[in-house]
Design a protein around this ligand. Structure first.
Ligand code: COA
Length: 159
């Protein structure tokens, strides 16, 4: 089914954080402060059907790594999953990143988020080798603080 896609706005913040904990099944709202909606409008997207939020992507063009783009968060309504919406959101982001001359896109996820790992592999991301293995996946230990390992993904945008 068709989803309307548009750039995110600061005014979307409230309705997105109102649903994310339920969509993820854990507390993630704290990882989505308003600044992302306020300062990364051009590289963040909202998907809707009949005005109802069905998905979103929060990304940006790296300031310090000028050939890189970064995806911070993506979420799809549980009843709308597995129909290609997250893929569509990523492809929209890739287009914007390519237009801004970015050659790679990166993101990180938790080692225990198997769904996210499967999704990123399906989207052509490779895992950047880390320094240890958790749940059979190469991770960067202490990446986001002591004891907080992350799986690091990278995708070439020139392919
Ligand atoms: C991960 C998530 C964004 C995927 O959204 P989606 O719209 O269902 O994904 P798509 O339908 O676009 O799937 C794209 C590809 O990923 C694969 N994929 C998606 N969900 C998957 C799952 N649960 N297990 C295995 N593969 C999966 C699909 O098979 C598809 O591959 P294909 O096109 O080769 O068939 C969604 O499940 C979600 O919102 N999860 C909770 C939030 C989360 O964990 N976000 C990621 C970390 S920030």
């Amino acid at each position: 089914m068709h989803h309307d896609l548009r750039n995110a706005q600061a005014s979307d913040h409230e309705r997105v954080i109102a649903v994310v904990d339920a969509w993820w099944g854990r507390n993630v709202a704290d990882m989505l402060p308003k600044l992302f909606f306020k300062h990364f409008e051009n590289t963040s997207f909202i998907a809707e059907q009949h005005g109802q939020l069905t998905g979103f992507l929060i990304g940006f063009l790296s300031q310090s790594r000028t050939n890189e783009a970064y995806i911070h968060f993506v979420g799809v309504h549980p009843e709308q999953r597995k129909h290609g919406l997250a893929r569509t959101l990523y492809e929209r982001f890739f287009e914007v990143a390519r237009d801004a001359s970015r050659s790679t896109v990166g993101c990180v996820t938790s080692p225990y988020n198997q769904r996210s790992i499967a999704f990123h592999r399906a989207l052509g991301f490779e895992i950047v080798p880390g320094d240890s293995i958790e749940d059979g996946v190469s991770v960067h230990s202490n990446y986001d603080g002591k004891g907080v390992a992350r799986v690091q993904f990278r995708r070439d945008l020139t392919l």
